[in-house]
Write a protein that binds this ligand. Structure first.
Ligand code: ATP
Ligand code: MG
Length: 421
């Protein structure tokens, strides 16, 4: 128990963190290219924010939140998604008074959901998310979809399909909701309990329910796109024109809804096919009423969330090699009593920006060599009694076995020269 992490959590070990850093660097770069800057918000927020911001008919709020009372008897929830926290910070700091849009991203933000753990489904996962507050035009939606697509395909995720849909606005959607409710009411017995329960308040959710029986029912349901008003239609057309012109292979998938009350117009998912079935790596959409819903001005916005563990899983499945920087440039070995001399040399090398290390566990010289070899260090420095007596150090190229003895004050320079060869 003591040495077992809670179910649904995963450690990122020192041997694998380079993969995360690699992804994070790509994500930062992609975000920066489009003028997004990083935001960091707390891991927990007032529960009320998610009840209002995520919506109390969603799976997240109904079943998945980690909610608890703190010692001051306040209800606190660990972030189950990133958008609400970003929107709260945006409002609290009056960022809407600055020129809009306000573009921000969060990187590897921990997200907590009490779900049944399985492949690609954790209780703590991490998201790269992007939010663009204050932009109403479809070009902003297109920018985000293209950014996510380019990022993932650039990383080597193949099989990517961009699924988009429009769920209209509070003016046109009620008409559709009525039509859908009418249709569903004739099939209530065939729906899962969740869809049955939320059919009055949020019938849209049935469209993307994962239960087979619900999928069978909604296969013939009326289609929301047929109910869009002129402005929503135009918005969706402009988005598609942008994607088309940029040669993004997208498809309109009328079953994607993401079903939160505040979502409007564009919703999208980037989906890949895996052995185990379809996997959504990235989901997002337009949430023109979220900011108002949590007490701010009427301000449109659009964003997405991308699961980092899922991206890594896909890269692994596809055998994509993530480049790993070497641990050491030079490993300093020493004989007998020369440990402090080795220490001083190691520190001198580090001062010069060289990745260096030495033995701290009392290995013999032979074992130090063996260990240095295992770390993949291209060079070793050797401090034998003779070298130390002469104020020198011997450098060895681990591949060519070539050796060179230099005065110790020239060691760093010589190491650099040998590394460049
Ligand atoms: P799903 O339909 O798979 O449950 P979702 O609609 O709940 O996904 P979002 O809320 O859109 O997912 O979250 C954005 C992204 O975060 C997802 O596309 C996915 O990559 C990732 N994600 C969501 N839930 C989990 C989880 N439990 N474990 C790992 N990654 C997750
Ligand atoms: Mg989910």
């Amino acid at each position: 128990m003591l040495t077992q992490a809670p179910r649904g959590t995963r450690d990122v070990l020192p041997t694998e963190s380079y993969k995360w850093q690699f992804l994070e660097a790509k994500m930062r770069k992609a975000a920066a290219e489009a003028g997004y800057r990083e935001i960091r918000t707390p891991v927990f927020e007032h529960t009320e924010l998610f009840l209002r911001g995520v919506g109390d008919t969603t799976d997240i709020v109904q079943k998945e939140m980690y909610t608890f009372k703190d010692k001051g008897d306040r209800s606190i929830t660990l972030k189950p998604e990133g958008t609400a926290g970003a929107a709260r910070a945006f409002l609290e700091s009056n960022l809407y008074a600055d020129p809009l849009p306000s573009k921000m991203y969060y990187l590897a933000a921990p997200v907590f959901r009490y779900e049944a753990p399985q492949a690609g489904r954790l209780r703590e996962h991490h998201q790269f998310g992007m939010e663009c507050f204050g932009a109403k035009e479809a070009t902003a939606d297109a920018e985000l979809i293209i950014l996510a697509y380019r990022l993932l395909s650039g990383l080597g995720v193949s099989n990517l399909s961009v699924n988009i849909n429009s769920i209209g606005c509070p003016e046109c959607r009620p008409k559709y909701n009525n039509a859908l409710r009418q249709y569903l009411s004739e099939h209530l017995d065939e729906l899962c309990d969740d869809c049955k329960n939320r059919y009055e308040r949020n019938p849209l959710r049935a469209l993307d329910c994962k239960q087979k029986k619900c999928q069978a029912v909604v296969a013939d349901a009326p289609v929301l796109l047929d109910y869009l008003d002129e402005r929503c239609k135009k918005h969706f057309e402009e988005l598609q024109a942008c994607l088309r012109e940029m040669h993004i292979p997208y498809q309109v998938n009328t079953k994607i809804v993401r079903g939160l009350d505040y979502y409007t117009r564009t919703v999208f998912e980037l989906i890949t096919r895996t052995k185990e079935g379809n996997l959504t790596v990235c989901g997002g959409g337009r949430y023109d009423h979220l900011v108002e819903e949590i007490g701010g001005p009427d301000l449109p916005a659009v964003g997405f969330g991308m699961g980092i563990e899922r991206v890594l899983m896909l890269l692994e499945n596809e055998g994509v090699e993530i480049p790993q920087e070497r641990l050491y440039d030079c490993f300093v070995t020493y004989m007998g009593e020369n440990r402090v001399a080795a220490f001083l040399l190691t520190e001198k090398l580090r001062e010069q920006g060289i990745r260096a290390d030495m033995d701290h566990v009392g290995r013999s010289l032979k074992a130090q060599f063996k260990y240095a070899g295992k770390t993949g260090a291209p060079l070793t420095a050797i401090l034998g009694d003779e070298e130390v007596a002469n104020g020198q150090v011997k450098l060895r190229d681990m591949e060519t076995r070539e050796e060179k003895t230099v005065p110790s004050e020239q060691a760093a320079e010589a190491v650099k020269a040998m590394l460049e060869q």
